[in-house]
Write a protein that binds this ligand. Structure first.
Ligand SMILES: *Cc1c(COP(=O)(O)O)cnc(C)c1O
Length: 379
């Protein structure tokens, strides 16, 4: 039944071999820059390539400042830490996300609190957020607290799912009303824009990932984006073991982290950034091909919404139900065409689930019906 799909993917990627969900491709200056980094001996975090990679990220996204770190999870942790999130706080996020989002919240000692996603964006729902806050939050001295748990609601962490922009402006408007800072988990959305503005630049802080399965990779890597110069300096300081600048003295005035991106990784990233526009173009062609192929089929292809320009990091099909999803996963993976379901929703994990009896029907429906299909760019 799904052999037409498998044939289509093989044709798309011109390959009879195993087809991964999302693989990296190094077809530019990667070797040259990495070898150059070795030749200079500056392979670690003090590196011209680190500075250059951060500048390239700013140019591409329009952010005023970028601070590179060793992975996206560390970037989220540092973002939360820098905003003062800690033990006895709560952070609002969506149940449909990669585990890193919640892990980073728990690293700070805070507890994730879930608000359901919208069916069309697959990201945090502003309507659900609004009603959650209306019924659960109260202001005390300009700070939002959860009436039921008594904990401070210290941040909101929406995610741009599979590269599709979340309704970020509405989320920011609602959170502004409650004085809750917003951090965008834009780990999957380099190259995605909403109303012509790059994802990850709408809020105080945005987070990116350059893991091997993302659109561009530094091997492992992440970055924080912000327009706030003081905050950018603070992030660099915190990621550099909070070392006070001095030619020879080692002084650390507060708890710091060693989260910096090494120059070797940044060298790879600089070469990947040169190819990013072409990669996004190709990924959008792939998405268009999938959209055309599925138009006459019994499953839906998730397309970008109005005013959104998606990078189509992972293309997504919505199948009829869980039974069909299982059959599809079985068949395609057996044929060597990798597909996978959406992540197990975060509230399924006991360590993340909170005591509230709020249901997350949309996240659960997407979990039962969505599958990701091969999406690597071919250039
Ligand atoms: C990839 C990803 C991250 C960060 O992952 P790292 O592997 O640590 O770079 C965080 N959140 C989401 C939603 C992701 O997809």
């Amino acid at each position: 039944m799904y052999s037409d799909f498998v044939d289509f993917v093989r044709e798309l990627y011109q390959s009879e071999d195993f087809i991964p969900l999302h693989g990296p491709l190094f077809s530019g200056n990667e070797k040259q820059y990495v070898c150059d980094a070795i030749d200079t001996t500056f392979v670690s975090s003090v590196s011209e390539y680190v500075d250059q990679f951060e500048r390239k990220l700013c140019e591409f996204t329009g952010a005023k400042h970028a601070v590179s770190v060793m992975n996206g999870t560390a970037a989220i942790h540092l973002a939360l830490h820098a905003l003062g999130v800690g033990a006895s706080d709560e952070v609002i996020t969506q149940p449909l996300t990669f585990v890193a989002t919640c892990n980073a919240i728990v690293y700070t000692g805070a507890q994730p609190v879930f608000v359901d996603v919208d069916r069309d964006t697959m990201g945090l729902s502003p309507d659900q957020l609004d009603s959650f806050l209306q019924s659960n939050a109260e202001m005390k001295d300009d700070v939002a607290f959860n009436k039921i748990t008594g904990k401070r609601i210290a941040a909101c962490l929406p995610m741009h799912t599979f590269g599709h922009p979340v309704r970020i402006r509405e989320i920011v408007r609602i959170c502004d009303h409650w004085n809750i800072p917003v951090i965008e988990d834009a780990a999957e959305s380099i190259g995605s824009t909403y109303q012509n503005q790059h994802c990850g630049t709408f809020t105080t802080l945005g987070v990116m990932s350059f893991n091997g399965n993302k659109i561009i990779t530094t091997g492992g890597g992440g970055a924080l984006l912000t327009d706030n110069e003081a905050l950018a300096k603070k992030l660099k300081f915190l990621s550099t073991t909070a070392k006070t600048p001095h030619a020879w003295k080692y002084r650390h005035d507060e708890l710091g982290f060693n989260y910096r991106m090494p120059g070797l990784n940044a060298a790879l990233g600089c070469a990947q950034m040169e190819q990013l526009p072409n990669k996004i173009k190709d990924k959008r062609l792939i998405a268009q091909a999938y959209a055309e192929f599925t138009a006459s089929k019994s499953y839906d292809f998730v397309c970008e919404l109005d005013e959104c320009h998606a990078n189509y990091w992972l293309n997504t099909l919505i199948l009829k139900d869980e039974t069909e999803r299982e059959a599809f996963l079985q068949y395609t993976n057996q044929q060597g065409v990798m597909t996978r379901p959406a992540w197990d929703p975060m509230h399924f994990h006991e360590r993340f689930s909170n005591s509230t009896d709020i249901a997350f029907p949309v996240a659960e429906e997407l979990y039962r019906r969505a599958v990701n299909i091969p999406s690597s760019s071919r250039v």
